[in-house]
Design a protein around this ligand. Structure first.
Ligand code: URA
Length: 257
């Protein structure tokens, strides 16, 4: 097959909603993916409608229409498919209510608020890309003193222990004693970024709530509540490309057995 034809196999597997593209590459590395009857040795292969893909011996599942959900994550749940420490996970909690979904990025165990979930691995990847640059907004309760000058210092970005953060919008909302409520807005999705930025400012976070992610807000979604984003709203936010050739068409392409 020509290297320029079709799409990377990991992308096709991710789009079928089985897992992320990176996990698909791992499955290939573990010899769990067969292409046209042969175990794949490398992920650097393009596939087309003519190819037959099996993961763990099973054809790719029929692809549902791309969907996105807003979930109000409570504190105490891990955003992971499996927690080695046996703590409860978001995905176990939602198993009864949702099909197989992936989260758009992660929130720490004690972080609350808006977590976006999707059944489309490619959409998840796209929304996590730094180039997509959607703003994440947080309300933060933190302990310590804060000067306006410190907030101005981070407005154009900052490097903390070798990690570069882009512009950060931070504002003190209110506070009594040594506890403050702040709002922090940032366009990235780095590990523990809000806590690290607060630590850098001399503050210790004791509550963290994500209130929005790009155009989607937590709004008045009840804690633990989940709501599907209407398809029209989703299309307006991410464009038509995740819907072109979706459903039947993609199914035909991916699923052909
Ligand atoms: N920043 C953090 O420190 N934790 C989160 O869960 C999200 C952003």
């Amino acid at each position: 097959m020509s290297g320029f034809e079709g799409e990377r196999i990991a992308k096709v597997i991710a789009r079928a909603g089985i897992c992320s593209r990176r996990d698909a590459e791992r499955l290939i590395g573990e010899g769990r993916v067969k292409l046209n009857g042969a175990v794949m040795a490398s992920a650097a292969v393009n596939v087309t409608a003519r190819d037959k893909i099996l993961v763990d011996g099973k054809p790719l599942p029929q692809k549902e229409s791309t969907k996105l959900w807003r979930y109000h994550k409570p504190a105490g749940l891990v955003v992971s498919n499996h927690d080695p420490e046996g703590r409860p996970t978001v995905f176990e909690k939602l198993r009864e209510q949702l099909p197989r979904v992936l989260s758009i990025g992660r929130l720490d165990i004690n972080t609350e608020g808006l977590l976006l979930l999707t059944n489309d691995g490619e959409l998840a990847r796209f929304l996590e890309l730094p180039a997509t640059g959607w703003i994440r907004r947080y309300r933060v309760r933190a302990y310590g003193h804060i000067e306006d000058a410190a907030l101005e210092k981070i407005a154009n970005g900052v490097e903390i222990e070798g990690v570069k953060y882009g512009p950060i919008e931070a504002r003190v909302e209110s506070g009594q004693g040594d506890n403050r409520w702040l709002t922090i807005a940032i366009r990235e999705g780095k590990n523990r970024e809000v806590k690290r930025i607060c630590e850098y400012l001399g503050l210790q976070v004791n509550r963290l709530i994500r209130t929005s992610f790009g155009p989607f807000s937590l709004g008045d979604l009840a804690r633990g509540g989940i709501e599907e984003v209407p398809i029209k709203v989703l299309k307006a936010a991410v464009g038509e490309k995740f819907f072109k050739g979706n459903d039947a068409d993609r199914r035909r392409k991916i699923q052909r057995t």
